[in-house]
Design a protein around this ligand. Structure first.
Ligand SMILES: *[C@@H]1O[C@H](CO)[C@@H](O)[C@H](O)[C@H]1NC(C)=O
Ligand SMILES: *[C@@H]1O[C@H](CO)[C@@H](O)[C@H](O)[C@H]1NC(C)=O
Ligand SMILES: *[C@@H]1O[C@H](CO)[C@@H](O)[C@H](O)[C@H]1NC(C)=O
Length: 352
């Protein structure tokens, strides 16, 4: 899935070159027992913060309100595995963040034990590194939960987590069309206006929406298409959840390595999506080449069916619920936090 600097403008990082797994999970034998352990033992202590949390974006406040109303919460910091630092990620200035971290450092003993490594915060856009010592420590040590996709300079791989994008539409299981009418579908905004989208529009095998569509219309498009195309970084990837759930294999077109995929610690993304490297440095995008990739992935309906099936299985973990349900997006983000709970805590050293 990680693209290296390959001169070919379309380089392929595809499931078909790897052995095909019949599970979308990275470690199916440990995920389920560990999930149960997490439910039983994971505890989060929330600081109260003057930087009140209220944001208009979607999955971010839902995650926070679900957390604050969950049984993961403890008001006893001695029981806590992790500490949650709440602040509104909209309009929060580096200076007020700095003051907040400073207050935690001086008012509580917990920050100093790990310099923030057993702390986490939610910031949809992600924080920048900056030069302030407090913010830098927060950024470098604490776990950041941001929205997908997050700009590469605001995301620290293996430490940070992204929220599965949330699409409000209700989920109504649909029967997959027996015969797909389209090879690929591009939702409005999913790929930015440039030469690639022009070529896709001109190709009768692709269905490209040039206007926003309501949820039902979108789901119908998904139903009759084999692949759903998205552009990482610039396009709108919020439909990727629905594409997975409804069995439209996501094709992610990207010009750089992707290190912030949602649920990356849990799922084998390579098995349920197609990643196509696209180097815009080369003039002219060859849709023919893209099609060859897709036909190879479909090569035989068995193979396509399996890739698709894994996506459908994984898709349930991307669902956000007002009242969290087992194994839904909220719980899977909590699971990823739980995986990060082990940090070395230093005993307080008395300075003579
Ligand atoms: C909080 O959780 C309880 C059940 O644990 C639920 O009945 C209640 O509606 C939830 N409140 C909010 C604001 O989601
Ligand atoms: C953020 O700040 C800008 C200017 O300082 C202001 O116009 C905007 O309303 C603020 N947004 C929120 C959500 O407070
Ligand atoms: C944390 O460490 C700083 C020194 O970096 C110290 O000044 C501060 O008092 C410590 N905080 C607590 C609560 O002991």
């Amino acid at each position: 899935m990680f693209l290296t600097n390959i001169p070919l403008f379309i380089s392929l990082f595809l499931s078909f070159s790897l052995p095909l797994y019949s599970t979308p999970y990275l470690s199916p034998t440990t995920l389920f027992p560990n999930y149960q352990k997490m439910l039983q033992s994971f505890k989060v202590f929330p600081y109260t913060s003057p930087l009140v949390f209220s944001t208009p974006s979607d999955s971010e406040p839902l995650f926070v309100s679900s957390l604050l109303n969950s049984s993961f919460l403890t008001l006893d910091p001695e029981q806590a595995d992790l500490f949650f630092i709440p602040f509104s990620s909209i309009n929060v200035s580096a200076r007020s963040l700095s003051r907040l971290v400073n207050a935690l450092r001086y008012d509580f003993p917990f920050w100093n034990r790990t310099l923030g490594a057993d702390h986490f915060y939610v910031s949809c856009e992600g924080l920048s590194f900056g030069s302030d010592r407090n913010v830098l420590e927060l950024k470098k040590n604490s776990v950041q939960i941001s929205c997908f996709p997050t700009a590469p300079d605001k995301f620290v791989p293996h430490k940070d987590i992204t929220l599965p994008p949330s699409l409000a539409g209700p989920y109504s299981p649909m029967e997959k069309a027996k015969n797909h009418l389209h090879l690929g579908y591009v939702r409005y905004g999913a790929i930015k206006e440039h030469s690639l989208i022009k070529e896709l529009r001109a190709d009768s095998e692709f269905l490209v929406d040039s206007e926003p569509l309501d949820q039902l219309g979108f789901q119908e498009r998904i139903r009759i298409s084999k692949f759903c195309l998205f552009e990482y970084g610039k396009g709108d990837v919020s439909g990727i959840n629905d594409a997975l759930r409804h069995g439209c294999v996501p094709v992610v077109i990207t010009d750089r390595p992707i290190q912030d995929l949602p649920l990356m610690d849990v799922l084998r993304w390579q098995e349920m999506a197609v990643f196509v490297g696209w180097n815009k440095g080369r003039a002219g995008v060859k849709v023919e080449e893209l099609k060859r990739v897709l036909y190879r992935t479909c090569g035989g309906d068995d193979r396509y069916g399996e890739v698709r099936g894994l996506g459908v299985t994984a898709g349930k973990h991307f669902v956000w619920n007002e009242q969290p349900q087992p194994y839904d997006a909220f719980h899977m983000v909590m699971y990823q936090l739980w995986l990060r709970r082990h940090t070395i805590r230093y005993a307080r050293r008395e300075v003579a």
